[in-house]
Design a protein around this ligand. Structure first.
Ligand SMILES: NC(=O)c1ccc[n+]([C@@H]2O[C@H](COP(=O)([O-])OP(=O)(O)OC[C@H]3O[C@@H](n4cnc5c(N)ncnc54)[C@H](OP(=O)(O)O)[C@@H]3O)[C@@H](O)[C@H]2O)c1
Length: 428
């Protein structure tokens, strides 16, 4: 029986999941693809590190050339992370006509074009299902099952750490910094949480989702990105009162050939399927012009869920299903709108000195900038300052920003405490 030999670059969280799945699900994998698989080499940084994996010591190496120059290795699985040397190793593997699987969203989002083109020119397959939403098979679904659709909208909770933090802030009414600290103590959040809480990670995933959903090039610079650090329990309470949950959403939309690509905290109606996705779970809500609304839910990280996606890619390659999928010539130029041009509803919380007439002055500034208001809440009388909360109708972001600039010059206005975009998803 011919065995498929694999070179594994990295034996951390994802690498150990891949090892265990290939070992524990051997029979299922054989039944599904007709081949046995063998990890023939494992590249790591530190050969002396103690590992909870029963791989023989003879498989480990710290020299990538041992993987590259082994002609029996047909598939290289990159689960090291980082940009370099991961990129160099992937390109060299492709040049040696090895197929590649990667879970590396940061790398694909920033250098995807080069990687896809190199795979195409070498006629090798390059798959990366685990790079978005871990165990949820969203990329292959878009590429295959939904390939007869025009995707109109994709909205995802694609970062488990921030979803965990927002869920905990909502349930326990605690502020962001306390929950982050607790998440770090428990190992749910990195010691440097920037990639998660400032939404870089979610933007990487949206870049990949947009590439597959709308046929645009991967371009991080065209994605608007805003993290969750400014969300307060006060905003969460207002959201609840108004019938919304606050989620960090990665949003891509296509309308009349124009694309919106943005990641930011979002008010989402409590009856929207994404609103009930709690803790570290991920979910992707998608609208296709033929299929209608779909929602995918599951674990976006962890050794076994992420390993599941990686092993699925390996099997797709063996079944010759991992199409190259970089139809560079057939890609139409589509414009990703600037944030100023996007339209949305807005929640705007303004702290003002409690003086007669201030509400009227603010409403008038919104009107002058063509922002129409759908509701206003005023709370906190008997204190020198009060919060005024406005929900707008759908308005152009540029107009909202303009109104806010003018509102800030009203003498009684203390601060714009928060501005959060509102999505109505299914109803819009
Ligand atoms: N963790 C998840 O749940 C998850 C989910 C989706 C996607 N991903 C992506 O999957 C990738 C791997 O993540 P992970 O969490 O498994 O990382 P990890 O636990 O930090 O493991 C990284 C592995 O790569 C090895 N490595 C790193 N740099 C190396 C170098 N220069 N040369 C040789 N070996 C090197 C490390 O070797 P040593 O063991 O010797 O240090 C380690 O075994 C990342 O791109 C990540 O974004 C992860």
């Amino acid at each position: 029986m011919e065995k498929i030999k694999i070179g594994l670059l990295g034996m951390g969280t994802v690498g150990s999941g891949v090892w265990n799945i290939l070992k524990n699900n051997k029979d299922e994998i054989f039944r599904n693809c007709g081949y046995e698989m063998e990890i023939a080499k494992i590249l790591v940084k530190d050969l002396d590190k103690k590992r909870n994996i029963d791989a023989p010591a003879s498989l480990y190496t710290d020299d990538f050339n041992e993987v590259l120059n082994d002609d029996e290795i047909k598939i290289v699985v990159e689960v090291m992370g980082g940009i370099e040397p991961a990129k160099d190793y992937i390109l060299k593997s492709m040049d040696k006509k090895k197929h590649v699987v990667s879970a590396n969203k940061a790398l694909i989002a920033s250098h995807g074009k080069e990687l896809f083109e190199r795979a195409e020119s070498n006629k090798v397959m390059f798959l990366y299902e685990a790079s978005v939403a871990g165990g949820i098979p969203i990329l292959s679904t878009i590429k295959e099952s939904l390939s007869g659709n025009k995707i109109e909208e994709v909205m995802g909770i694609v970062n488990g750490t921030t979803n965990y933090i927002l869920t905990k802030m909502t349930k326990d009414k605690v502020d962001f910094h306390n929950v982050l600290k607790e998440a770090q103590d428990k190992g749910y959040a990195e010691l440097d949480p920037t990639a998660d809480v400032e939404a870089y990670d979610a933007a990487h995933k949206l870049a990949i989702l947009g590439f597959l959903s709308f046929g645009i090039n991967i371009d991080l610079s065209s994605i608007y990105r805003e993290g969750i650090t400014k969300i307060t329990p006060v905003d969460i309470e207002y959201a609840k009162e108004l019938g919304y949950a606050i989620k960090l959403l990665a949003i891509g939309k296509e309308q009349d050939g124009e694309i919106e690509m943005r990641v930011h905290p979002t008010f989402i109606p409590l009856d929207h399927p994404l609103a009930s996705v709690g803790d570290a779970f991920n979910a992707v809500f998608l609208k296709g012009n033929a299929v209608g609304d779909l929602m995918f839910y599951g674990k976006g990280a962890g050794d076994m869920p992420t390993g599941s996606a990686v092993v699925g890619d390996i099997i797709d390659i063996i079944k010759n299903r991992g199409n190259i999928f970089y139809p560079s010539n057939s890609r139409k130029k589509k414009i990703v709108k600037s944030m100023e041009e996007t339209t949305c509803k807005y929640y705007i919380r303004i702290v003002v000195k409690d003086k007669p007439g201030v509400l009227g002055k603010i409403a008038s500034e919104f009107g002058k900038s063509q922002v129409s208001l759908s509701s206003v809440i005023q709370k906190g009388r008997k204190t020198p300052t009060v919060s005024l909360v406005f929900i707008t109708h759908k308005s152009k972001e540029g107009n909202v920003k303009n109104a806010i600039d003018n509102i800030l010059s009203i003498e009684q206005v203390v601060e714009i405490a928060n501005l959060i975009r509102v999505e109505n998803g299914v109803d819009e």
